[in-house]
Design a protein around this ligand. Sequence first.
Ligand code: SF4
Length: 250
Amino acid sequence: MPQITIDGTPVSIEDDSCVLEAIRGIGIEVPALCYHPALTPAGACKLCVVEVTMPDKPPRVMPSCILKLKPGMDIKTGTERVHKARTRAFRRLARYAPESETIRRLAEKFNVDIGQVPDNCIRCRLCVRACREIVGAGALAMDDMDNVVAAAGDNCIGCGTCVNLCPTGAIRMQDRDGIRTIYIRDEVIGKSPLVRCEACGQLFATQKFLSRVEEKTGDHPHVKEHHQYCPTCAKLLSDRVKSSSKIKRM
Ligand code: SF4
């Protein structure tokens, strides 16, 4: 039976299936995102590059998914040239899909440094300063190592101030299934349950935020009792109170 060599191990080949399958068949891991065994390979992501030497030919670095097995092939999956080509491929993909956790995790697994990925943040630090100076939560900080905005502990109260202030929309908020999530890139800054308005029943703010407001305003002489009203109902009810007090005065 014809033979090839994969990372120094002789392997018998039975057909002309692809090099990637043969490598994986002997338990060696090679990253690939565009490969599916049921489809014609495209060599698009280029993560599965290997170094191939054919008898009497110089070594070449090529995507292994589009390479057919040929007798006498000497395949190497971990050379310096492979690592460089794989790094280039990972960086290119990270530019296309900067928020992809899959790409980041896979790169980590294969010891590839994909460098700093664009995250839509212009490093103005408005969010960090607002969270500290206005909200008083201190839930955001600059990560000095990577020069990125990141969560500082578990301090987020889900107020959304940073989301509203961010000039480029890099920090986002998602309200789903009664939970508010604040995040940047694919990293969660905070997750907090939402509370329903006592008047209309709409989910409108997080309990952590309402508790913070209560803590800050509780002693104020004009705050008599706390109700959890959404801004619309609070306005409606206070307008009614104002107009009924005007009627009494007349
Ligand atoms: S949502 Fe969280 S991180 Fe953003 S300003 Fe409010 S407390 Fe700070």
